[in-house]
Design a protein around this ligand. Structure first.
Ligand code: G4P
Length: 536
């Protein structure tokens, strides 16, 4: 078969993109690293910008205060900046585990991830979960072991824990010299040089370089630590697997860097690794109009992409919602016409936004890997595909079965229309999952309790609806698939009370208990019960 000729300018521009997210357990230093990456990337001038936002976000009881500050939190979703001739898209993932669903979806839109590990704490629970999500798509992971300026765990121990718990091979690229008060810097195993550590938040460049592990300067500077460093390095070079770009790209091996985000130390190396090693935008699997799937190549000329997140109230002045859309192929140009595949109609894309560290600006030109913000009045849902060419549906954007349920009841029954509208819109946005039961009952499903609080507050403020959430007699939900029409009708007749429809109209089984689910599954062996739903 002849090779498909892709437009050369598109191939050139795509090759310069790096789109990644940062994963970590809360407090490991994600916000700090984000900020320092932006600082080194020249996207912000002052440290403190992102931090201020985070402390605002932390006060969850003051949720509406946070909402009011959405102008700032725009930056929380996507940040684009240029570094060494590359365009970097950093996608933020909400730190609070109650919003993990959102995080999972964001991770479907990246090509690589930076994993931050607190060197004193090692691998923590949220990291384990997030890494599992990355593994679903074999996303390449760069590891940053943070807080070396503190008393931390032994380096070999830490690496062993990462390998065993996260089931990923570690290839140390830098190696720490000392820790805590005697943290001296890192030795670069591939470049045979020591980068000296100096504390301080304000500096922009990293410390002094000393070439060669045998260099006598090291003995003078760190007489107490240099012996151990040389021993360690001998050991690693003998025992650990060397870095392999192929294994990293396959998600099997992670290059590991040590540093201290707060001290700007080790940050530049992460940026460099992103540019040198992280993959450019990757091909993506999409369902075609037949039953087949195919890989959409990033340099294919027709524009395609999918919505992975919807955020409301980003601009306090306008009650708008923004759909975050990952471009998978082609080129965005303002005013272009695209097909909204699920809705089966054409749409004009104009005034799409791009996001810099502190502001949103009109997008002029975007290619695969870039994220554009599309003003959304409800026409776009999470998982929707837009294309310029054939009908496609991108796969892999998950909805997870919620773990908490409640039923919304109105204080003022006359407001039921507003409640319906509010819940429908919040459901489409992915803020919460909404299931409609026979008779019009609206049931809410969430992964974390905080989601209910946010929804209650937003219903009040944005839809003027005062709703009470009552606990619902639901244990879990399963999306249903049927082998044929007859089975579907019979099942629906027998189980009418336990069936609901999600915001896209898909049938869901609402089990009252684990036992109830098991019994029903046994009774209906041909019916599919799915804990996650994928779009496309
Ligand atoms: P997160 O987004 O992953 O939750 O973490 P964040 O960056 O907010 O960092 C969590 C805490 O760890 C912060 O301290 C931060 O200053 C600190 N930290 C981050 N990197 C380093 C590092 O390299 N060394 C040391 N020693 N600490 C680090 P905090 O007390 O919660 O906040 P703050 O009062 O310092 O702002």
């Amino acid at each position: 078969m002849a090779e498909t000729p892709y437009p050369p300018e598109l191939m050139r521009d795509v090759a310069k993109r790096r789109t990644f997210g940062i994963i970590s357990h809360p407090d490991a230093g994600k916000t700090t690293l984000t900020e320092k990456l932006l600082l080194f990337g020249g996207a912000i001038q002052l440290a403190g910008t992102v931090k201020a936002r985070k402390s605002a976000r932390h006060a969850t009881s003051d949720w509406m205060e946070v909402e009011k500050q959405r102008g700032i939190s725009v930056t929380s979703s996507v940040m684009q900046f240029d570094y060494q001739g590359h365009t970097i898209n950093l996608l933020d993932t909400p730190g609070h585990q109650d919003f993990s669903e959102d995080t999972y979806r964001v991770l479907t839109a990246v090509d690589a991830a930076v994993m931050v590990i607190d060197a004193a704490k090692g691998v923590e629970t949220q990291t384990i979960k997030l890494l599992e999500v990355c593994r679903l798509r074999n996303t390449p992971i760069i590891t940053f072991v943070n807080k070396m300026d503190r008393e931390v765990r032994e380096t070999f121990d830490l690496l062993q824990e990462i390998e065993e718990v996260l089931k990923i091979d570690c290839a140390p690229i830098t190696w720490p010299i000392g820790m805590g008060k005697t943290f001296r810097g890192v030795y670069h195993l591939l470049e045979d040089r020591v980068l000296r550590f100096t504390a301080g938040e304000e500096k922009r460049s990293e410390g002094e370089l000393i070439k060669g592990i045998a260099n006598a300067q090291l003995d003078e500077l760190f007489p107490l630590e240099v012996g151990k460093l040389r021993e360690d390095v001998d050991l690693i070079q003998g025992a650990s697997t060397p870095f392999s770009l192929g294994d990293f790209l396959a998600g099997k091996q992670t290059p590991v860097f040590f540093g201290s985000g707060i001290n700007n130390f080790g940050v530049q190396e992460i940026l460099q690794a992103l540019i040198d090693w992280a993959p450019p935008p990757q091909p993506r699997v999409a369902g075609t109009s037949g039953a087949d799937t195919r890989l959409v190549q990033p340099a294919e000329a027709p524009f395609t992409g999918f919505v992975f997140k919807i955020q409301a109230n980003m601009d306090p002045k306008h009650r708008d919602r923004i759909a975050f859309f990952r471009i998978c192929s082609g080129r965005y140009t303002s005013g272009m016409k695209v097909k909204h595949v699920r809705a089966g109609r054409d749409m004009k894309l104009a005034n799409a936004l791009t996001f810099m560290a502190n502001e949103r600006v009109l997008m002029e030109d975007g290619v695969a890997g870039d994220i554009i913000g599309i003003h959304n009045h409800g026409q776009l849902h999470i998982g929707d595909t837009l294309t310029e060419g054939e009908n496609l549906g991108f796969k892999g954007i998950p909805y997870f079965s919620p773990e908490l349920f409640s039923a919304a009841r109105l204080r003022d029954p006359l407001k039921s229309k507003q409640l319906q509208k509010g819940l429908q819109e919040l459901g489409e946005e992915g803020a919460i999952q909404v299931f409609e039961q026979e008779g019009g009952n609206m049931l809410l499903g969430a992964v974390g309790q905080l989601q209910f609080e946010v929804v209650a507050q937003r219903l009040k403020d944005e839809y003027k609806v005062d709703a009470i959430f009552e606990s619902a007699d639901i244990h879990t939900a399963r999306w249903l698939t049927f082998p044929d029409e007859l089975t579907r009708r019979n099942f629906e007749r027998e189980q009418a009370m336990r069936i609901g429809k999600d915001v896209d109209g898909n049938p869901v089984y609402l089990a009252s208990s684990r036992y109830n689910l098991e019994v029903t599954m046994e009774k209906w062996p041909k019916v599919g019960f799915h804990a996650t739903r994928e779009h496309g």
